[in-house]
Design a protein. Sequence first.
Length: 227
Amino acid sequence: MIYRLLVAGLLLSGAVRAQVNPTVPGPTRSWVLKVAPLSLLDLSSTIQAAVEGVVAPNQSVQLELGYGWQAMNPWLAPNQERYSRYKVWRGRAEWRYYWRRGQALFGTYTAIEGLYKRENALEKAVTAVYGEPGLVQYYRQSSLPISKDVYGINVKVGRQFPLLPNGRLVFDIYTGLGLRARTILRTDLPNGYQLTRQPIVDIGPFTTYGGASLFSLSAGFKIGYAL
């Protein structure tokens, strides 16, 4: 449902922009500072901010950074006793080409984006302690490090337009397709290591499906302030 609304907004944004200003959106702008509200609802919930700058008449570069911790992640609620000390870092670098020549920062664009994400936590586990002759004497509870690295590349289309006649308040909406590679690493595993019983609904930042490489769908929006 959210994805459909975003696509509809992307198609209708041209009409909104025309109502705000049918020609050039106010004075020429070179920089936009942005926030990404939907990143708070991601499985790897982060506070996300970005800056976009003009590098050519119809081209720009956008850099984005995000950070999150366990207390702000709503998806970790069913796993509160399974994970502790959860933290996530996320970075994106994006090159944009605006199709209306000479109007970088405003209008329809195509973009290529690279991303990297790192997640760390402690995962509760039990370790079987063996005695003679190989029988389990007891189980010892422990918390062991777990990490996930995500690398990705996306091709995106979007539209960025002013919400006010002076061109200061900016709305950026986009969608795209790409590839992601994910790796999960559990280190320092002792002999007899066993995970504790997982929740029936296992939704969380360390949930994985399929192989290491996956197709990905991206869609979202940002709100910015042009300088």
